[in-house]
Design a protein around this ligand. Structure first.
Ligand code: BTN
Length: 257
């Protein structure tokens, strides 16, 4: 069957409570809006978004039919003040379903060897949570965003073979469903696949320090100080930061010359 996220390809693969209803649009502004107001477990996906968004108002751009782009509606009984670490729980679920060595780069990136494979966007409105996931699945190298702060990769590049996106979508939803049940019951149990723990990091604004991991509230601990994702817009691993700033400086020189 042609690789597609149409209901006939995806719906038979859902194996739990989530994925019902399943809403599919070939193109839409953002899947985040398609599930808003729907009951827990509703999933919406598309081939392309015209106004896809990431964290901190950034755009999420993915060419037609290349990504796994979806949103999931949740109605957690966990109080809103305890929900911030849930984005990490989802990112870890995405890691598990996508790639054995994938890790979470706080607060919402899924990376493999320092390259971004996927992103998670958790939006809370009036007690309802909409979790959006964007995975670089069948992207060719030239389809990844150039000059990104965290350079990208895709599953197709990692596997050297195309991916069955319908199966991947169903696997990610199943992994989120299992981890959501644990989170609702026991709360945030910490981050296992933590890319930043034990590394020197640079926070947006230029401060650097040693990261000792994520605390019980999902905050990033650097030099003993806990940071929320609202305070820190981005984090770089120091070795990558040197490379990123060199590219930035070169671009500035070229602009100025
Ligand atoms: C990030 O890395 O900042 C998060 C990216 C989240 C992108 C997904 S794609 C499906 C859903 N719809 C959106 O508009 N955003 C999320």
């Amino acid at each position: 069957m042609e690789d597609s996220l149409r209901p006939e390809a995806v719906s038979p693969l859902f194996r739990g409570r989530f994925g019902h209803p399943y809403i599919y649009r070939p193109s839409c502004p953002s899947t985040q809006e398609l599930v808003r107001g729907l009951g827990e477990g509703a999933v919406a996906s598309c081939e392309q978004q015209t106004a896809g968004r990431g964290r901190m108002g950034r755009a999420w751009i993915s060419p037609w039919g290349a990504g796994v782009l979806f949103s999931l509606a949740l109605e957690p009984s966990t109080p809103p003040q305890q929900l911030p670490p849930f984005g990490l729980v989802v990112a870890e679920a995405v890691c598990e379903a996508c790639w054995p060595d994938a890790q979470v780069r706080w607060p919402n990136d899924v990376v493999v060897a320092g390259r971004k494979l996927a992103g998670v966007l958790a939006e809370l409105r009036e007690g309802r949570l909409v979790v959006g996931v964007g995975v670089n699945a069948n992207h060719a190298p030239e389809e990844l965003p150039p000059g990104a702060r965290v350079p990208g990769t895709s599953l197709r590049i990692l596997r050297a073979a195309p991916v069955d996106r319908a199966q991947l979508l169903a696997d990610i939803v199943a992994s989120i469903e299992a981890r959501y049940a644990g989170f609702e019951r026991y709360g945030f149990a910490g981050l296992e696949r933590d890319e930043l723990r034990g590394r020197r990091v640079e926070l947006a604004g230029g401060a650097t320090g040693l990261c000792t991991g994520v605390d019980e509230h999902g905050r990033l601990v650097v030099d003993g100080r806990a940071h929320t994702s609202a305070e820190v817009t981005a984090v770089l691993v120091c070795e990558d930061a040197r490379e990123y700033h060199a590219v930035e400086a070169e671009a500035e020189c070229q602009e100025g010359s």
